[in-house]
Design a protein around this ligand. Structure first.
Ligand SMILES: Nc1ncnc2c1ncn2[C@@H]1O[C@H](COP(=O)(O)OP(=O)(O)O)[C@@H](O)[C@H]1O
Ligand SMILES: [Mg+2]
Length: 316
């Protein structure tokens, strides 16, 4: 998707804040993730040195790793004993089977480089490209590394400038459109599952990815509260809803998630007219009423592109 404005910042600490103030000059960041104590000791993974646990979610642990030629990578470990039954463990594995072949064919999907199982120890893992560091982009210092996720970005910047939100929307809707065109759905789109690699936003945490025809087999409670539509997860339009919620939070801040369906007539800030126009498009994506929502991510994407053209024809 060439051509749209690339408004990015490597350093969330140095980025302009939405109230116009500058973030304090970044002193040396504190040593990262002191609180992230892994539930399991680092296992031996062939050809990789696991350096530090950098992320934990409901399904697995993510470690910063280094290979033989000093390239930093991320390894996600999913342990069988984290779950009462085999269901979620096998589901995550199936997600990887679906997603891995596609992952290297689109820049909006996090690349999976290798998948393995530690049979005796009861875990499987996958090696993937590492997200940028929130402090230093691709300059990875293992002691200070913090993954640059959209959740981290919103924690530190509260909300994004509207044009940056639009770039994010174009990137993510294109990635999702690609996934959907291959009959796959994501089912857990939320800020913590969006990572930046070389400044480009990617859909990560592919544990709930499934073929659209298989989704009916799974329990109805999958996904994350606040990002799952009222009719439930497991359809392409449910993914559109989650993406709409993510973009609402990115552009309007967390509080706006409570009522993202009301028409937006006024928002504060210099770019209020553009922000309201953007908000009114994403509002359709996360309409609680599936009949009023965009019918597909491609329909959503077309509206975003039209908005981008309109913004580009204005003075920036
Ligand atoms: N490729 C990656 N590079 C760096 N950090 C990552 C990567 N993937 C995930 N993480 C970090 O680990 C956290 C948990 O990973 P995730 O795959 O979402 O696990 P879970 O399925 O348990 O939610 C993410 O929110 C993010 O902070
Ligand atoms: Mg996650």
């Amino acid at each position: 998707m060439a051509g749209f404005d690339k408004i990015r910042s490597w350093f969330s600490g140095g980025a302009p804040r939405e109230d116009g103030s500058e973030a304090a000059p970044a002193a040396l960041p504190p040593p990262a993730s002191e609180g992230l104590v892994p539930a399991h000791p680092a296992p031996a993974i062939p050809n990789l040195r696991l350096l530090r646990c950098i992320g934990r979610g409901a399904y697995g642990e993510v470690w910063l790793a280094r290979n033989e030629i000093a390239v930093h990578l991320a390894v996600k470990l999913i342990y069988r004993d984290s779950f009462a039954d085999r269901g979620p463990y096998e589901r995550e594995y199936r997600g990887i089977l679906h997603y891995t072949p596609l992952s290297r064919t689109h820049h909006g999907l996090v690349q999976i480089l290798h998948v393995g199982r530690g049979q005796e120890a009861g875990f499987f893992y996958y090696v993937m490209e590492l997200a940028d560091c929130a402090h230093a982009g691709r300059d990875i210092d293992p002691d200070f590394y913090v993954p640059r996720t959209l959740a981290h970005e919103l924690d530190t910047r509260r909300r994004l400038p509207v044009r940056e939100s639009l770039v994010l929307a174009l990137e993510l809707s294109e990635a999702l459109s690609y996934l959907h065109s291959r009959q796959l759905i994501h089912r857990d789109i939320k800020p913590a599952n969006i990572i930046y690699v070389n400044g480009v936003a990617k859909l990560a945490d592919i544990g709930l990815v499934t073929h659209v025809a298989e989704a009916r087999r799974d329990p109805k409670h999958l996904g994350t509260e606040g990002f799952v539509p009222p009719e439930g997860p497991g359809t392409p339009t449910a993914d559109v809803y989650s993406l709409g919620k993510v973009l609402t939070e990115a552009c309007l801040g967390h509080a706006a998630l409570k009522d993202s369906t009301a028409p937006v007539t006024h928002v504060e800030g210099e770019d209020s007219a553009e922000r309201a126009a953007f908000a009114n498009v994403i509002r359709i994506a996360c309409d609680d009423d599936v009949q009023r929502r965009f019918k597909s991510v491609q329909e959503f994407q077309a509206e975003l592109m039209a908005l981008n053209d309109a913004f580009r024809s204005r003075k920036s």
